[in-house]
Design a protein around this ligand. Structure first.
Ligand code: BG6
Length: 485
């Protein structure tokens, strides 16, 4: 799909953390690569500021977050000419009339991007509607977390649906825009080799890890109300699980893909009552080391309550009740201030039934397929080979599945891909309303249980791999987290 008609992008939360760190850099890179058509980008903010101050904010965010070799002068200048600051209070309907006077009066390709807290989605939609700003070519992008629980997510779905049709709504999860996630779909559905093995007969278990070295940074106000479950698990981790576990869609179109993902979410075995403590580990970082420096505990971070019960780590054993996956646990974990920044999906195949070779440790040498999303993207298959020399000794080896001729190509940022898709009207990598609801339906009892119990998350040392209970979660099943790759 190609965008050729002019566009307008109205970015609510236009000078917020997400806009400056991810969205502006992604838009700049699309522009630099000649992929953005003619258009205007309006950064909506409450703050009054001069054009010079605004431009210097945008330039410094690009300098900080775009690889220096991509920051050539000419595209930088032409990009800045496309970006405008719009001061308005989004909760005041009067501001939308002013917005109307700035935007094109034609029904052009217009994207409203909600880079704000989801509590503002309703007033913004109402304001846009009241000023007649929602036309047939308008689209809306909703950032996660959408809602605070099942009830609020449903309420947001219902409100947004009063003003936009489902085809105009793009619920973003930037992990779906990562190159390796799409490669996972290609490897699964463009090859016959893996599909025949992709089930409970051959797979022992699957691990999905998203670990960060960063702490809460300056985002305590947001994070204190959200925690790792709403920030990472309900969306990014469950989406990665869906792409890994879904049935082959009949075609690569938005509804075919989303139908299959929603079936996975509906087949997740509920974790409720006593099962919660047995299957879900909740942690909060203590002081320790972060990126080589001593760092404070979460409760001592600026803006965090001294007795905060917010979790910064989750590990869970998740099961899918269907024919393909019965009996195959999916171990999911995510956390801040962990030992490394990484994101991996590890598909652990079953061990061979019988070894004829000496020194082949059946369990540690079972095949593994590893999809690495970051820091470097790539796919590896762990196989066994003969150790060169006398005898018939076996050793593990890694087969890199990255074609070398593609290594030179710059890997696009997830937001580049997704902004381009939203502008060109391709919703395949965005969530549908029912997917959002099913994901909340599954996590809701767990969140409610924690809220009722007022349980303190288990402390873990910053710079470690999380609480000991997360190691035990797998050890109980005779397994280990894959931490050596
Ligand atoms: C965001 C979360 O969705 O993802 C952040 O709100 C987190 O807390 C970020 O740091 C991680 O994204 P990435 O692409 O840097 O792994």
């Amino acid at each position: 799909m190609h965008i050729d008609a002019p566009f307008e992008l109205v970015l609510f939360g236009g000078l917020g953390d997400l806009a400056l760190r991810k969205l502006m850099p992604a838009l700049f890179l699309l522009h630099r690569d000649g992929r953005l058509p003619d258009g205007k980008i309006y950064a909506v903010t409450r703050r009054e500021m001069s054009r010079d101050d605004f431009v210097s904010r945008i330039e410094s965010s690009l300098k900080a977050h775009v690889p220096s070799e991509c920051l050539e002068l000419q595209p930088l200048d032409t990009f800045i000419n496309k970006v405008f600051c719009l001061t308005m209070d989004v909760t005041d309907e009067a501001g939308y009339q002013a917005l109307n006077s700035v935007l094109s009066q034609d029904d052009i390709n217009r994207l409203y991007y909600m880079a704000t807290g989801s509590d503002l989605y309703m007033p913004i939609c109402k304001g846009l509607h009241s000023a007649g700003l929602i036309k047939s070519e308008s689209k809306i992008v909703l950032e996660k977390p959408i809602g605070h629980d099942l009830e609020t997510a449903q309420a947001i779905n219902d409100t947004v649906a009063q003003f936009f049709t489902e085809k105009q709504i793009y619920r973003i999860d930037h992990y779906l825009g990562k190159e390796t996630v799409q490669n996972l779909m290609v490897l699964r559905f463009a090859n016959s080799l893996f599909e025949s093995q992709w089930n409970q007969h051959y797979i022992d278990h699957i691990q999905i890890t998203i670990s960060e070295q960063l702490g809460v940074e300056q985002r305590a106000e947001f994070y204190e109300h959200v925690g790792a479950m709403r920030d990472m698990f309900q969306n990014h981790l469950l989406q990665l699980l869906c792409i890994t576990a879904m049935e082959p869609p009949a075609k690569l179109d938005p509804d075919a893909v989303r139908d299959e993902k929603v079936k996975v979410l509906r087949a997740l075995k509920p974790i409720t009552g006593d099962l919660i403590n047995a299957n879900v580990v909740r942690g909060q970082y203590d002081s320790g080391v972060g990126e080589g420096q001593p760092v404070p505990r979460y409760r001592d971070e600026p803006g965090v309550h001294a007795k905060s019960l917010t979790e910064t780590f989750i590990a869970a054993k998740v099961e899918i009740d269907n024919w393909r996956w019965a009996g195959v646990p999916f171990y999911l974990r995510t956390g801040k201030r962990l030992a490394e920044r990484t994101c991996e999906i590890v598909v652990q195949f079953k061990e061979i039934p019988h070894s004829i070779f000496p020194l082949q440790h059946k369990n540690t040498m079972a095949n593994k397929l590893i999809f690495r999303l970051q820091p470097d993207e790539g796919v590896r298959l762990m196989l066994c080979e003969k150790r060169v020399g006398p005898g018939m000794n076996v050793r593990p080896m890694n087969l890199s599945l990255n074609p070398s001729n593609q290594r030179q190509t710059r890997v696009p940022e997830a937001y580049e891909r997704l902004l381009y898709d939203a502008l060109s009207g391709n919703a395949t990598l965005f969530l549908r309303d029912d997917e959002l609801v099913e994901a909340w339906r599954w996590v809701d009892p767990i969140i409610k249980f924690w809220t009722e119990q007022e349980q303190r998350p288990e402390p873990y040392t910053a710079g470690s791999w999380g609480p000991a209970a997360a190691t035990l979660l797998l050890a109980k099943d005779g397994r280990l987290w894959d931490e050596n790759s």
